[in-house]
Design a protein around this ligand. Structure first.
Ligand code: ACO
Length: 336
């Protein structure tokens, strides 16, 4: 059995900055409410006509990650792409990346685990590498939320939170079993599937012909629904559990954490976890203030920024943790 390790990281966010004050011109909201509840100051929203999509942003992040990995694109053996906002209902964006990068006909897998998407994707890649099936895997998390949000007062409790962007990582085989990804931990609780949900264009509840016939402009099933407080309460519990699960599995104490990168769901959730684990400010990385919640892209964007800022060094114990729609949650313990 091998380990896998991250050898290249990249991120891409659209240029268009949307501040909380910009949002207050679209809906009944304000900077104070958004900052107090979420910590978010601004987010990036793709500008119409810019050409940015979930797939193209993923490609831009991937190109940087591949270059930094110092490998050729043709050395990539497999692609894993996590998103909840694919360009097309099917096929998923993995194959678009394979085509856009001009990579030979390797497999491309799409992961549908929302805010936990990147953690799930890393776990899949790690295990393919562990077994020796593949050597180099490109893992991407990318989201274009802004085209699918209800930007009226009706949708304000959801739409102020989400931002667009992409992050990517290149994983390779590591022969030293005490380095790289040490373990991954995945969970779900489908009982709460509809507490954070986008019903349409799923076909379980309605038939396409009925949707077309109704053509109802007030049909909210095309906008995300979130039971915010319920999600918040579950998130803080599950984040804590799954971080502890990873530490215990590797015989590590909380003080061994050099860097915790939580999914950027809400700054208040990250602060709660930081306080609970008694971590210093330099042991937790947050950038939700600048980008909002970019779902599957949030961890790879944050991981890339932390690494670019020199906050992750060789030998560090890095913990990634996520919670989101499903409910799904998970953690990754890495010896950098
Ligand atoms: N601006 C101003 N007022 C608002 C806004 C807004 N944008 N949104 C809601 N309000 C109002 C509400 O109408 C309500 O008013 P009322 O008291 O008169 O009825 C009041 O503010 C409080 O609303 P709540 O929804 O109760 O606010 P809450 O404190 O719960 O904060 C939030 C909402 C920020 C969404 C929080 O619940 C949260 O962060 N939840 C967790 C989100 C999360 O972790 N998601 C997981 C990842 S996402 C994924 O997987 C796709």
């Amino acid at each position: 059995m091998y380990n896998s390790k991250i050898i290249g990281l990249g991120k891409y966010v659209p240029d268009n900055v949307v501040t909380n004050n910009d949002l207050s011109k679209m809906m009944d909201t304000n900077d104070a409410w958004i900052q107090e509840r979420t910590g978010i100051k601004e987010r990036r929203w793709v500008k119409e006509g810019s050409g940015d999509t979930t797939a193209t942003m993923g490609v831009k992040a991937a190109k940087i990650a591949i270059e930094r990995a110092g490998i050729d694109k043709d050395d990539i053996d497999f692609i894993v792409f996590a998103t909840l906002s694919p360009d097309m209902y099917f096929p998923g964006p993995g194959v678009q990346v394979q085509h856009a990068l001009g990579i030979k006909t390797v497999g491309a897998l799409d992961v549908r685990n929302q805010c936990s998407g990147f953690v799930y994707a890393l776990s899949v890649a790690d295990n393919f590498i562990k077994t020796g099936m593949y050597k180099n895997i490109l893992v991407i998390g990318s989201e274009l939320h802004s085209h699918g949000l209800d930007k009226t007062t009706r949708g304000r409790s959801v739409s102020v939170i989400f931002g667009d962007g992409a992050g990517a990582a290149v994983l390779t085989r590591e022969e030293n079993n005490s380095k790289g990804i040490l373990s991954t931990h995945l969970h779900s609780e489908g009982e709460h599937a509809e507490e954070l949900v986008l019903i349409a264009p799923g076909l379980g509840k309605r038939w396409v012909n009925d949707i077309l016939k109704d053509n109802d402009p007030n049909d909210e099933s095309y906008f995300p629904y979130m039971n915010g407080q319920f999600v918040f309460k579950n998130a803080v519990v599950r984040f804590s559990e799954v971080i502890m699960e990873g530490l215990i599995k590797n015989n590590l104490q909380v003080d061994a954490i050099d860097m915790l990168i939580p999914h950027q769901a809400n700054l208040r959730i990250a602060q709660f976890i930081q306080k609970k684990f008694k971590l210093n400010d330099d042991q937790v990385f947050n950038n939700i203030q600048k980008y909002g919640n970019t779902t599957a892209a949030s961890i790879p964007i944050a991981l890339t920024e932390a690494w670019e800022e020199g906050k992750i060094k060789e030998g560090d114990t890095v913990v990634l943790a996520a919670f989101g729609s499903g409910f799904t949650w998970g953690s990754v313990i890495i010896k950098w």
